[in-house]
Structures are given as C-alpha cells and as structure tokens.
Design a protein around this ligand. Structure first.
Ligand code: ADP
Ligand code: ZN
Length: 736
C-alpha cells in the first residue's frame, strides 16, 4: 500500500510513500506519520490512500503517530475549505485542526508505576525480612495491608521509604512493578449535581425552537438575550437534549469567559457524567491538553467546552454546537489560518447536520443582519430572569476644563464622589479602561472633534514621523492640523491613559482604599488572575482596575459601581467597527453592575458624549443602535453589506515594504474583476511593530471567496523580496 502525504512544512508539496506491512491496517486518510524528506524526517498527514505508485525510488513511512487516524474526514474537509476561504496554505489549515500538544506526538500519555505483590506474603515472611532489612519489610507491609496494587510513589510515601526500596523488592521477586496510563485531570474536583431550573415562559419558547432545530436542523439560531436573561440555562438544556438523543455537544466560549465559574456551572449540571466532559483552555499544561484531546478523540468525552480552537475538537455526531458571546472578536484567530470560529461553527454544524446556537446580548452586525433576512432564526429572551432593571448609565462630559483637578484629568468629580460613596458603604467598584492596543487618532479636547476620512468615515491615523493623517482604507492623506479644524482650539492631540496611571490616581485620591489592577502586564503569572479575582470576590479589594480582561463573564454581587475611564479610547480608532465594539463593551460592562440585590450604577467618561454608541448603550437600546449602525455600514458598503480582505506586508526595510505594497496594489487592480475595489498600498495604522514596518492593501467586494482567490492568484505570481512577509486576512476584524 502507498499513501499520499501532505508534509507539515514543505510548501504545499504532496509526496508519496510506501506503507510497511505491519503498519498497513492502521493507516487511513487523516493518519499522522513521520516521513523521510531528503535528509530529514518530517511530520505529515495522509491525504489519500494509493494502490500503486509509479515512482520507483519511493521511500518508506518511518512511523505512525497514533493507531487511530488523528484527523477525521469531516475535519480534513473543514481544513480544505478553510485553506481556500481564508487564503492560507493547506498544511497550515490541516495543522490547526490539531492542538500542538497532539500534532507532533511529542507529548504522550502519562504513565505511572504501580506496584503489586508478586506472591502471597504472610506474617512469618515479614518477620524474617524485618530482621534482615527493616525498611524493605516496612515497604512490603504497606502493600500487604492495602491488599491491592498501588502507585509506587504513594506506597513509598506511606511506608516512609524511597521508591528504590520497591525496586529492590522487585529484584528479590517479592513484588512486580509496571507502568500504567493515568489521566491528567485538570478538573478532578467532584462536583455536586446542580438542579435543573424551572424555565420561565420566554425560556420555554426558546427551548421549543432549539429542540426543533436540533431534531431537524434548518438554519442557525441567533439567541439574543440581555445579560442575565438565562441563555446559559438554554445551553445546558440543549446539551442535555443532545445527550438524550445519543449525540454529543460542543460549546465555544471566549477564552476570557473560561473562568472556573463557567466550567463549574457546566460540570455541576452534568455531575452524573463528569468524566465525559472535556474542557480545553489555554491554562492547561501540554500534558493535560493532550489527555483532554484524546478523551474526545477516543469518543469518551461527550461534551466539549472550550475556546476558539475547540471548534476543531474531534467530537463525533454533534447534536448541537453552541457559540456563546458570538460577537466576540477573540473568536477570530490573528495568525494563519485567520478563521473566525463562529463562522466555522455555522459551517461545521451545517456539514455535520447539527443545530447551531449563536448567543449574545449584543449580537454582531453580521449575525443580526442574517437574522433580519431570515437566514438565521431569531430567538429572544427579553427579560432578565431576576426581573431586575438595567443599571443607570451616567455619561460624564470630559470636555470641561480640568485645571487643578485632583483627578488629574483621569477621574472626574462625579465619578470620584461615586467611588467615595461605595467605599463608605463597603460596596465594590470596577474601573474599566477600554484600551485596545494604542490610540492614533486625533481628538480635540475642547470640542470633541475627531479627524475622519470623508470617503470612508473611519478615523484618520496620525503618523508622527511625517506629521500626516492617513486613511488606511482608501489611502487619502493630509497634513496633521495644528489646531482643531472645527473650533480652532490648539488642544488637539492623541490621548492615551494606561491602567497604571489610573491606579496611581486612585491611590492618590483614596489612600486608604484597597486597589488591585488587572491587565496583561500585571497578570503574567498563571495564578495571578485567579488570586486577584478570588480576593475581589471575598471583598478584600475595594476597587478593581483593568482592561478587557474584567469586562465580561464575571458575577460579583457586591459590585454596584462600574466606571469607564475613557470611552473614546476604543471609539476613535481607524476601524469601521469601532462604534460596534464600543457599544458592545459599554453594554457588557454595564452588565457587571448590580448583579446582586443592590442597584447598579455606571459612569462613562468621554470627550464625545453624543456619539451614537454611547447614547444608545446608555439607554440600553440595542435595536436603535443596530438600525443606525446598519445604515452607516450600508452607505459605505462595509460588512455585512460588503466583504473585505486586508493584505498586510511587513519587513525591516521601509522602502522595500512600501514598494512591494505599491506593486501589489497595482497588480491586484489589474487582475481584479468588475466590482472588486482595491485600495492603495498605505502605511498600516500600526505603522511599525516589533521593528517591522507595516503596509496594507485593502480589497473590497461582494464575496469573500472571490477576494481570497484574487489575492491568492496575484500573490502566487508575484515574487516578494525575501525579507518582506505577507499576511492575508479575509473578513478581518482588526484593521490595525
Ligand atoms: P445569561 O447566560 O443570559 O447571562 P444565565 O443563564 O447566566 O443568563 O442566568 C442568569 C441567572 O439566572 C443565573 O444565576 C441562573 O442560574 C438564573 N436562572 C436562569 N434561568 C432561570 C430560571 N428559569 N429560574 C431561575 N433562575 C434562573
Ligand atoms: Zn478613506
């Protein structure tokens, strides 16, 4: 037998190999194996089985990684589609359906030594041994007393001897030691079964729709319900229904939401089948991830909960695929393949005849649009389960002069007073800084004017070196103004406040308060995240300052105040989704306040108090926001009305990158069919990152697939300088 193999690193080349007799029965499409390529041994995936091979010098497969094919045909299919649609090499797509811990066979099952008595031992034997070798006797006695095999480490521990003593006993033929496979279980605590709740009227209706779609899938469900409306309860019931039908379930949640709280909720509901639940998240060790994956691969796990890449979990016969917080940008992978797990979920569910539930309190425009057009089935939960009103949102206008203000322009007077009040009452505050990377737009601190591109309606990017403002979608560029074009005030600048500055200001103003900061910098240790949240939950912290990290998914009943330090930081970035993101964040952050018995209050500080995303969020008016945002997207043909692809070039030599971008833009224009708009080669908003200069070329049209094909055909025929790297992002979510 012969196989056609796609090596992990051979630039898409397919190579044929002979399969040794002994290996034969185990090799199938999707098997992973080691193969000789020139002088090296590489890893690869079997793409096709062949009966014969014309090539006389065909080499032999070196070894097989696993006796079961690691990639099921359905997953291989998904990888092919992904390679096409997201314009990335097939081997990259194929590799990405396997976790690193599994892909290369480096991590293997964990084995531990167990020791058993090799023959019957009686009191007399022990007595004789005790005279000659007392420690050996102690060790042996532990085993005799236990009356069953034990881990060597545990037996040694109990006997107070080293493990070597058991080796000696083995030599004397008294015991035997063997390695056995043990699972590394990251969630080994036993959970108490959580009772099923009685559904309210809205949930009953929602569940009816879910069951209908699960029993005979027709289209994806968009489950639109405010925070606390009981969406998770619907997910839990859907999973139960899948299990009752003998099927499996796959649940995707944003990495950030994979907190112990979430995992606990799922595990306790399914306490009866706790070991059949696999959880995949980034805090697992490689070994744990390996074991969780194999638990799925062997069919033992029936329910999988995980972040983005779990969409490729090899569960068979899924009855339902759930994507919680479907609008979350973290579902998009920011390296090749640049897939969106939400979109892959819809595709996978369709191919495997499963129902798919996309849930959110603030659905993306893409999904909302699909629900409006009838492509998705809209299911609503309008009421919070506890019937609690939404928190009051107060917008604080930062444009007033802040001279000699002890808040240092960071904490306004109303917000300070509100914090003070909470400290006195022993209630807690969360201060949230929506800092997405960096801020490069120009904003007037006197009137709130933001410099924008007339043609594209996104913020212009300020490029310091050239003192120019550039639109990175169409390429328009102009001199950076010295004063505000609208009110002539010279106080036009690009502002930026870090979490650290906020923490310092807080400490100055509230010297006695217990303050903690949570951001990527302060949370480098794996445990720091849990520790800080734990301390906050137990009330040992008064004020928690943080970034996106603390925006969602957490339940703290004693938090009655949430402050957004500067809403403009996320609003005026050169991205047409800036408004949508800000609306989502404000809504989600507001959902943090008043989860308990007490009323919640939210303060939003901003230089642009009348921007629609702030005003609609303030009134908890999702549909109002959608209506106006759709209008904006429609008039500029932005997604969901048009599609986009962004090609980013980077390199250490500025001229070379710039020249390549110009050339690429020209070639794309020449090759583009009617209806595809190719942008100029312009500096990326993030002009330079990690010593690389970055340029971009945008593509817009009505079909993503067409944009991807255009990009691929032109790039394949266009040799790039060796030190210029190209990345194609289809349906990009971050335009930086
Ligand atoms: P969401 O996922 O929409 O934010 P959850 O499912 O977390 O909402 O529900 C919010 C709270 O209400 C949770 O504490 C949950 O246990 C509770 N809950 C949900 N459904 C019901 C119900 N039918 N009866 C009583 N409590 C419920
Ligand atoms: Zn423009």
């Amino acid at each position: 037998m012969f196989v056609r193999v796609l090596p992990d690193q051979a630039a898409g080349k397919l190579l044929d190999y002979r399969v040794p007799e002994t290996m034969g029965p185990h090799v199938a499409v999707g098997s992973r194996l080691r193969i000789p390529v020139r002088t090296r041994v590489l890893l690869g995936t079997v793409i096709e089985l062949l009966n014969e091979c014309e090539f006389a010098g065909v080499k032999e497969v070196v070894s097989l990684l696993d006796e079961r094919p690691m990639i099921r045909p359905a997953m291989l299919d998904l990888a092919r589609w992904m390679s096409d649609y997201y314009c990335c090499p097939l081997e990259t797509a194929v590799c990405s359906v396997l976790p690193v811990a599994v892909r290369d066979g480096r991590v293997t099952a964990k084995k531990q030594n167990t020791v058993t008595l090799a023959r019957e031992i009686n009191e007399a034997d022990l007595g004789k041994l005790a005279v000659r070798a007392p420690r050996q006797a102690d060790a042996l006695k532990v085993l005799v007393d236990a009356g069953k095999p034990m881990l060597v480490s545990r037996a040694a521990n109990l006997a107070g001897v080293t493990e070597g003593v058991f080796r000696t006993l083995e030599k004397h033929g008294l015991v035997s030691i063997a390695a056995t496979v043990v699972a590394r279980d990251p969630h080994s605590e036993k959970y108490v079964a959580g009772a099923e709740l009685t559904l309210n009227t809205e949930q009953v209706e929602a569940m009816k729709a879910v069951v209908e779609e699960m029993d005979s899938p027709t289209r994806p469900i968009l489950l639109f319900g405010v925070t606390g409306s009981g969406k998770t309860e619907i997910y839990l019931r859907a999973i139960r229904h899948a299990l009752d039908c003998g099927k499996t379930a796959l649940v995707l949640v944003p990495e950030i939401a994979l907190t112990p709280q979430t995992v606990e909720r799922f595990k306790s509901r399914f306490a009866d089948i706790q070991d059949k639940i696999a959880v995949l998240h980034s805090h697992l060790s490689e070994g744990e991830r390996h074991d969780e994956w194999h638990k799925i691969h062997t069919g033992h796990a029936r329910v999988v909960i995980g972040a983005r890449s779990s969409i490729f979990a090899p569960v068979e016969n899924p009855g339902v695929i759930i994507v919680d917080e479907e609008h979350e940008p973290s579902y998009k992978q920011d390296e090749a393949p640049r897939y969106n797990a939400r979109d892959m979920a819809v595709l996978r569910a369709n191919r495997e005849k499963a129902a798919v539930i996309l849930g959110s309190a603030t659905p993306s425009l893409e999904s909302w649009h699909n629900a409006q057009s009838g492509k998705y089935r809209l299911v609503r939960l309008n009421q919070r389960v506890d019937d609690k009103s939404m928190p009051v949102v107060r917008v604080v206008d930062l444009r007033r002069p802040t001279r000699n203000d002890p808040g240092g322009g960071i904490l306004s007077k109303p917000l300070r007073e509100a914090i003070e009040g909470r400290i006195q009452k022993g209630e807690q505050t969360i201060l949230f800084l929506n800092r997405r990377g960096f801020s490069t737009s120009m904003i007037c601190e006197a009137c709130g004017h933001v410099c924008q591109c007339h043609d594209c309606s996104v913020s212009l990017t300020y490029h310091r070196a050239a003192e120019r403002l550039v639109c990175h979608i169409c390429g328009h560029n102009q001199r950076a103004p010295k004063s505000c074009p609208k009110c002539s005030d010279p106080k036009i600048r690009h502002a930026g406040t870090g979490t650290q500055k906020v923490e310092e200001a807080l400490q100055r103003i509230f010297p006695k308060a217990r303050i903690a900061r949570m951001d990527a910098d302060s949370m480098t240790r794996k445990e720091a995240y849990r520790e800080t949240l734990g301390a906050f939950k137990e009330g040992r912290i008064d004020i928690l300052v943080g970034t996106q990290m603390i925006a969602k998914g957490l339940h703290f009943p004693n938090v009655t105040l949430v402050g957004i330090v500067n809403a403009d930081l996320g609003l005026h970035i050169p991205d047409f989704r800036a408004g949508e993101r800000t609306f989502q964040l404000l809504t989600q952050v507001a959902g943090r306040a008043g989860r308990g018995e007490m009323e919640g209050e939210v303060f939003v500080q901003t230089f642009t108090p009348f921007s629609p995303s702030i005003q609609f969020a303030r009134h908890h008016d999702f549909e109002g926001f959608m209506e106006q945002e759709m209008e904006f997207r429609r008039s500029f043909a932005y997604p969901p009305f048009g599609r986009m692809a962004m090609i980013t070039l980077r390199g250490t030599m500025l001229e070379r990158v710039e020249f390549s971008a110009m050339t690429l833009s020209r070639k794309l224009k020449a090759a583009a069919e009617e209806g595809i708009i190719v942008g100029e080669g312009v500096p990326a908003p993030l002009e330079k990152a990690k010593t690389y200069y970055r340029f971009q070329v945008s593509l817009r049209g009505s079909s993503s697939m067409k944009l991807a094909r255009l990009a691929r055909s032109v790039l394949d025929a266009l040799p790039m300088p060796e030190d210029v790297f190209v990345a194609v992002d289809v349906d990009p979510l971050h335009l930086m």
